[in-house]
Design a protein around this ligand. Sequence first.
Ligand code: SF4
Ligand code: SF4
Length: 178
Amino acid sequence: MSLDTVSLSGRKKEVVNNKMNFWESLYLIAIAKGLWITLGHLFTRKVTIKYPEQVRPVSPIYRGQHLLKRDEQGRENCTACGLCALSCPAEAITMKAAERKPGEEHLYREEKYAEIYEINMLRCIFCGLCEEACPKDAIYLTLSKKFVKAASDREDFIYGKDRLVMPLEMAIANTKTN
Ligand code: SF4
Ligand code: SF4
């Protein structure tokens, strides 16, 4: 058996380029078949939705965009220990720590906080290991229920604290429900 005739999948088909007869060369039957298929799809259930006007419900454990959590007093939980960055297999997290100054106790829970905290969403694989590693209950992927939005500029995928820290209203609402 020559190598040309071997089919590993067993689904190999020889394509034969038969000459078309008169009726086939008018393409009327082919067009009618195509229209019939299109017509059939008009009456089947749609599998697409009009995103972003419509959003699909996600699972309660869906890992979406990260959220840096605040405590019940609205203070940032993160103490910039760096464990999340160390545990990240994609090396997507970077941060810069700073000392809390007198008068900033209402902003940061610990004496040290993340002055800069960035996640490169192009690197992130949403594995959740940063959440698992955090000893301060500070980073969650399951709380925001947000998708990371598409963008055309790579810089737009570097999420800083402006997009990661939990909105104050959400922290207050969480306190009321707990
Ligand atoms: S979810 Fe995984 S990949 Fe993404 S930042 Fe956290 S540890 Fe890194
Ligand atoms: S999110 Fe958690 S693990 Fe990461 S630096 Fe802040 S406190 Fe440490």
